[in-house]
Design a protein around this ligand. Sequence first.
Ligand SMILES: Cc1cc2nc3c(=O)[nH]c(=O)nc-3n(C[C@H](O)[C@H](O)[C@H](O)COP(=O)(O)O)c2cc1C
Length: 369
Amino acid sequence: MKTVVLGMCGSIACVRAFDLVRLLRKKGFNVQVLMSKGAEGIITKDSMEWASGNEVITKITGKVEHVKFFGKKGIGDLMLIAPATANTISKIAMAIDDTPITTFATIAIGSKKPVLICPAMHEPMYEHPIVQKNIELLEKEKRIRIIEPLVEEEKAKLASVEKIVLEVERALGKKKLEGKKALIGSGATYSKIDSMRIITNLSSGKMGKALEHEFLVNGAEVSLVEGTEHTKFYSQIIKKLYEGFDYFILPAAINDFEVRENRNKLSSGKKISLELTPTKKLLSEVRVKFPELKIIAFKAETNKTKKQLEKIGKDFLKKQKIEMVVVNDVSKNPAGSDESEMVIVSKGKTVFVNGAKEKIAEKIITKMF
Ligand SMILES: Cc1cc2nc3c(=O)[nH]c(=O)nc-3n(C[C@H](O)[C@H](O)[C@H](O)COP(=O)(O)O)c2cc1C
């Protein structure tokens, strides 16, 4: 289990520390909280002890806590400063350490441990030219990362808890895909019947989100194109691919049929028939236009045995000349489920997986790379 040392400074954003600690623990991290005097004036040490399950450190004693965690053989894996005040940021940039958080930061940086800093303050404090210079100075250090605040309502608000935790996972991840670019096409597309009505499908986009997360955690740069009008989705994907990607992953449920759009709203007074025409195949076009691109496709089937799914996957892989196909039986886990049962087919390898979509996304990366 990896240990994240969470340094909390005196900002009102300390009230978000409960959600932050809960998500870190949910992701399997041990959290050691460190609070400044300012932070103790905002929320209590007892509540953070309860949230983290560990005794909170508020001062450095004869136990040399900073060495225990971030000495060369320290047990801390990463230092996360959230919220980080203007005061603490500027002190760390100048290598001043006169509080537990700044002392932990000094030794962590010297021991080459990853340090993530999440500023939170009123906008004028954030815009102070020397605070900005200090942030730039810290950013120059390879192992220090500033997680940008959300600037709105005259405040530089602490980044979202989800974004912070993702950055922690990225910093401590295997970095298998560092320097690689992945494009993910996710969700459902739709085609217009008239100015008001559409035909679409029940894809939720959950698998796409799970894959986005997994590629990010493994260090890749990820772009996500989410389901929209069929023709727009198609052209957005092709346009984006010209920017240069290493991987293209397509868990999206793309409309297989187009319907001719009526300019005016159809009257519901009488029976009508719609003519469905098969759409162009995005995968085939992508394969031809981008021969070097590594492609992972998804295929939904109904009421098939594992053997049949495997055969469908193998045939599809060969026909489409792609690197991997993930076939699932939607009659067992309908669109929108959090779980799935899938067959991952790549060249020379077939793996059956089931469980949460997040776990399946993790397996896809393990099998693929
Ligand atoms: C209620 C309250 C909220 C504060 N919020 C912030 C803040 O969001 N950002 C900031 O930089 N300072 C904020 N301050 C000021 C800091 O607490 C003050 O600069 C303190 O010296 C920071 O010490 P520390 O960095 O050791 O926690 C706040 C102070 C109070 C009393």
